[in-house]
Design a protein around this ligand. Structure first.
Ligand code: C5J
Length: 224
């Protein structure tokens, strides 16, 4: 298959689809629906919901093109043994492990921890459970990518500033070329979202590239 090529910042991006993975970061009820972890920290979850429809359309295009798709979920074991107390005892209000309207906050197996129905994985799409912000920390993501000879990552999900950014930084240091899909990410703070994207592509792409999903989707359509 010919390489995929699309407009991006700071420069046009080329990739081999068979050596690309698309990662959907933490599109969980706990972040995008009321009553979860995001709201427990005082955030307005509606600010993240703008990314759902662009993610859904891109996911559809990726699946049609036969791309490798991975989903991640941030959360902890029910006994919280993998949650540092410095993370639990942060901020005012309900804490990780407390009972909320969607079950125990940010705990694996609870309703709030699950991925949202709009972007639910289909068979063959691995789900990575991660205890930290970055998707590489204490997970099997890196061997999974190495076994498939992956070199490029399309990064989508929430939040731009926290888990998407941390994952891009981890990936960049491991030699992966990351494209952040700008409208498929969102932040509780729009100004943080804008600056976070600029930080990725600044200085000639110090952490990677930034592209709009329409560019990626057009390239996928041309290729398939
Ligand atoms: C946060 C995330 N914001 N998935 N997690 O705590 O970005």
């Amino acid at each position: 298959m010919a390489p995929l090529s699309f407009d991006a910042k700071p420069a046009r991006f080329e990739m081999d689809l068979s050596r690309c993975a698309a990662i959907f970061i933490d599109m969980q009820r706990d972040f995008v629906e009321p009553g979860g972890f995001g709201e427990s920290l005082g955030n307005d979850v509606s600010r993240l919901r703008v990314a759902i429809e662009p993610c859904r359309r891109l996911l559809e295009g990726l699946r049609r093109a036969g791309a490798f798709v991975i989903h991640t979920r941030e959360g902890h074991r029910p006994d919280l043994s993998d949650a540092p107390s410095s993370k639990i005892h942060r901020g005012a209000g309900p804490k990780i492990g407390d009972l909320g309207p969607m079950g125990r906050i940010l705990v694996r197996g609870e309703r709030g921890h699950d991925l949202i129905p709009e972007l639910y994985p289909v068979p063959g799409e691995p789900v990575i459970d991660k205890p930290g912000k970055g998707a590489f920390y204490a997970t099997e993501l890196e061997p999974m990518l190495r076994h498939r000879n992956i070199e490029s990552l399309l990064v989508c999900g929430v939040t731009t500033v926290v888990c998407a950014h941390t994952t891009v930084r981890e990936a960049n240091d491991r030699g992966f070329r990351c494209v952040v899909v700008e409208d498929c990410c969102a932040s509780y703070f729009s100004e943080f979202h804008e600056v976070a994207l600029r930080m990725i592509s600044a200085q000639g792409g110090i952490f990677g590239w930034v592209a709009h999903s329409s560019e990626v989707l057009s390239a996928l359509t041309r290729a398939t």
